[in-house]
Design a protein. Structure first.
Length: 346
């Protein structure tokens, strides 16, 4: 499959148009004509080598929505023309205990990322969704309900599942106080899902200008973290706090927000290590947990939940030639609240 794409061709280079050929349709494969592709902060961390060296050229993008344009031999889960999505990974070992229990996002060998990851076949490096088409094995593709706006649904494939999964796992629901730290692509989806699950939601943000948006999304409270006294005011209030911040952050004040047995879930991935004081954790038997995206089955559940509750991302649809500016705006926390590429402009 010949596709047009936007790629980073070498270290520190901007995104530029780049054409390449996807693998031929193999057994169980689905060819997808991409309609929309979300811009995740992870794309920027990766392409700018903030998490380590990568392989160039790199076509980022792991929030993909499009229509099935072809089926490989034996592929039976989807039909040509159906609207589908692809998230953060496109393969896993399928044999470790986590894969066998369906938790493919926690594959013990590591899942095959949608971009910048060696194919398990040994055949090159995966290339992501800033492109006009992609070929993915059907076991790593989900159905996107037709009732969801396809552009607004694209960010659900990463930002959505990354918050939906820990909110469920750590018990967000009626009577539960949840704190969401950072109102960006991930954070704003966290607000929407936590509210839909019935929790009482507080946003912790370093941007006063996002207050009205947060409340319009359903958040019950909005706290600006520049004033450090807020951490004392809200001490021991929350059973669940989810950190979505992409930059280095002092986690100690956020731990103080947790009540007995409360959990701080880390989903934001700052490039530097965090420094945690034992005395921030001991007093209330507090916990820190990690979470990354979700299994394919939960991705489907989250999309169906989104259709039922009419949840999509708040987006700014962009033409592909705006991508470099969009990336800079994401880094400046100036995204309301996800950029989504109209793939027809690539
Ligand atoms: P984003 O849209 O840029 O949102 C991050 C938010 O963090 C910003 O909007 C801002 O919110 C806050 N922030 C940024 N810089 C800050 C600073 N210096 N101090 C305090 N707060 C700051 O990014 P995203 O796409 O949501 O991704 C967030 C992080 O999650 C990234 O590190 C990404 O790589 C990671 N991620 C993890 C997973 C996973 O599976 N665990 C999946 C996807 C992404 P306010 O303006 O409200 O403060
Ligand atoms: Zn992502």
């Amino acid at each position: 499959m010949d596709v047009r794409a936007y790629a980073v061709l070498e270290e520190k280079a901007p995104l530029t148009p780049w054409n390449f050929t996807r693998r031929d349709l193999g057994a169980g494969d689905v060819a997808i004509e991409i309609e929309f592709s979300g811009v995740c902060h992870s794309d920027i961390h990766t392409a700018r080598s903030e998490w380590g060296d990568i392989t160039f050229p790199c076509v980022p993008g792991h929030e993909i929505v499009g229509r099935v344009s072809g089926l490989g031999e034996g592929a039976s889960k989807f039909q040509v023309g159906q609207r589908v999505g692809v998230g953060v990974y496109v393969d896993s070992c399928r044999t470790c205990k986590n894969c066998l229990s369906g938790m493919t996002n926690y594959c013990e060998e590591g899942f095959t990322g949608t971009y910048n990851t060696p194919e398990r076949s040994g055949d090159g490096i995966t290339q992501g969704g800033y492109a006009t088409g992609i070929v993915v094995n059907e076991d790593y593709v989900v159905s996107v309900p037709e009732s969801l706006d396809p552009a607004g649904a694209a960010p659900l494939l990463c930002a959505g599942i990354t918050l939906y999964s820990p909110l469920k796992e750590f018990g967000a629901g009626p009577g539960v106080k949840v704190g969401i730290v950072g109102l960006g692509g991930l954070g704003h989806m966290g607000v929407k899902y936590a509210v839909a699950m019935g929790a009482e939601v507080t946003v912790f943000s370093h941007s006063e200008s996002k207050r009205e948006d947060a409340l319009a999304m359903g958040a019950h409270h909005f706290v600006v973290t520049k004033d450090e006294t807020v951490f004392k005011t809200h001490a021991k209030e929350f059973s669940l706090v989810i950190n979505t911040v992409s930059a280095p952050l002092d986690l100690n004040p956020y731990l103080e927000l947790l009540e007995l047995d409360g959990t701080l879930v880390m989903v934001g991935i700052a490039p530097e290590p965090y420094a945690i004081k034992a005395f921030s954790m001991l007093p209330q038997r507090r916990r820190i947990a990690g979470s990354t995206i979700g299994p394919v089955s939960e991705l489907q559940e989250m999309l169906d939940f989104s259709a039922e509750h009419n949840i999509v991302s708040d987006i700014e649809v962009i033409n592909a030639d705006y991508l470099n500016e969009a990336w800079d705006r994401v880094v400046e926390s100036d995204v309301r609240y996800r950029f989504v590429i109209d793939a027809s402009t690539i």
